[in-house]
Ligand binder design. Sequence first.
Ligand SMILES: *[C@@H]1O[C@H](CO)[C@@H](O)[C@H](O)[C@H]1NC(C)=O
Ligand SMILES: *[C@@H]1O[C@H](CO)[C@@H](O)[C@H](O)[C@H]1NC(C)=O
Ligand SMILES: *[C@@H]1O[C@H](CO)[C@@H](O)[C@H](O)[C@H]1NC(C)=O
Length: 466
Amino acid sequence: MLSQFLFLLCTAAAAVNAQVGPAVFAHVIVGNTASYDVAQWQTEIGVAQEATIDGFVLNIGTPLAGTTQTQIANAFAAAAAQPGDFKLLFSFDYLGGSDGAWVASDVESVLSQYAGNAAYYKANGQPLVSTFEGTSNTGDWSGISSSVPGGIFFMPDWTSLGPNGIGQYSDIIQGAFSWDMWPHGPNNSTDDVDKSWQSALSGKSYMMGVSPWFYTNLPGYHKAWVWRGDDTWHLRWMEVLDVKPQFVEIVTWNDYGESHYINDIDEAGIPSDNEGNSAATYVNGYDHSGWRSLLPYYIAMYKGDSAPAIDEEIIQYWYRLAPAVSGSAGDVTGNDCPSSVNIAPTTDSTCYPIDQILEDAVFFTALIKSLPATITFQIGDEDPESIPATQVGLNHFSRSFTGKTGNVTVGIERDGSPVASGTGPAIMDSWPNGVAVYNAWVGSASSASATKTRRDLRQRKRSSRL
Ligand SMILES: *[C@@H]1O[C@H](CO)[C@@H](O)[C@H](O)[C@H]1NC(C)=O
Ligand SMILES: *[C@@H]1O[C@H](CO)[C@@H](O)[C@H](O)[C@H]1NC(C)=O
Ligand SMILES: *[C@@H]1O[C@H](CO)[C@@H](O)[C@H](O)[C@H]1NC(C)=O
């Protein structure tokens, strides 16, 4: 009896230990959290939990001192204090730190402090550890891993090696993460590269990146370009269902400089480059929180639920505020092509005119509970359009805004009655100050908020009667 019980206990423990994913993380730039206290980290964790994100990947650059030390400690204190089972893990940034690449002894030191923490994410019972690049320091990792009792589950992002270059490291890695997650040139996103990584890893784990956007204008940091965003947020999640990776990493939670944040903007964290250019010029006013509203649905599907229950109907919508040809692009190039500013062209460095990279369109995805349902769309005082939903679940569309100006209104209707409705800022034909911004504004409306609004109205009516 007892031995049977012990046997069951052991197999249960082994099953838990052997588990590798699925999990969805969001990439947090710890360098942008300098003003946070534990309470702010708890707030951020709560917001991520609402979106059913499992944990934060803490991107940390050198030196291991000051803000980095303080905020790692705050994040772990917050994860311990916050209800739920939110996890943290490190991504050692070998390119972003002010002291250059990590030295092995610092990596070992921070892992000895946190890898055993209950909030540190474990895969196969081992702490999951990632990087941003670091291909000149590959030799450090077998020593780092042996410095941690039981070893680490190592999934570096060594994207610059390409899928063909990863095989030679199979004895020191348990998997890999690829940063190659944005569309190439004017094309839509595809998962061809993800599948190449997956096959090069021959059975080891793959972490797939999902990012909604990429626009950066920080010339002092040699970064001024835009990649195609457009339909990507939706298409990429569909690609996740196709690739079925062990892990997904959302890029990012709070990288304002590259315009792919999905948290609620924390103004103190918006960076400026060393020439005094602030990303605030293209981040303030560009709310991205709407991109979180469908995450519970996408993530449930990724985790194997082919038809997740739909409690609220949701419409998520995003767009730039003016045509791509309008305003001055300044130093910004279409693609990260070589220029007087950009010095680090990546795998796809062909230059394109920005209006070939980006479509002048409103992109929207509606989560529909039952058919028939109609998605409504209107720009300014143009005639509203009614688009029939074609399926229960996700319905994705885009509509050109060429030649149109004014507020964008989207909604869901059933039997002629509004179920959800949202209005976003006006599309303009030109930029008031002549300077183009290629960031997206993102909104989301749900049947729950529509119900709430109707209730608020009833309450207001009632109180006005009193
Ligand atoms: C875009 O797609 C076309 C057609 O598949 C392909 O020929 C072209 O190389 C792609 N462009 C880039 C930049 O990947
Ligand atoms: C990109 O994908 C969207 C959504 O499927 C589609 O409407 C659009 O035509 C595609 N564009 C290109 C350039 O392939
Ligand atoms: C319409 O657009 C203007 C200009 O962007 C904005 O100030 C206003 O709040 C928008 N209206 C609504 C209802 O969102």
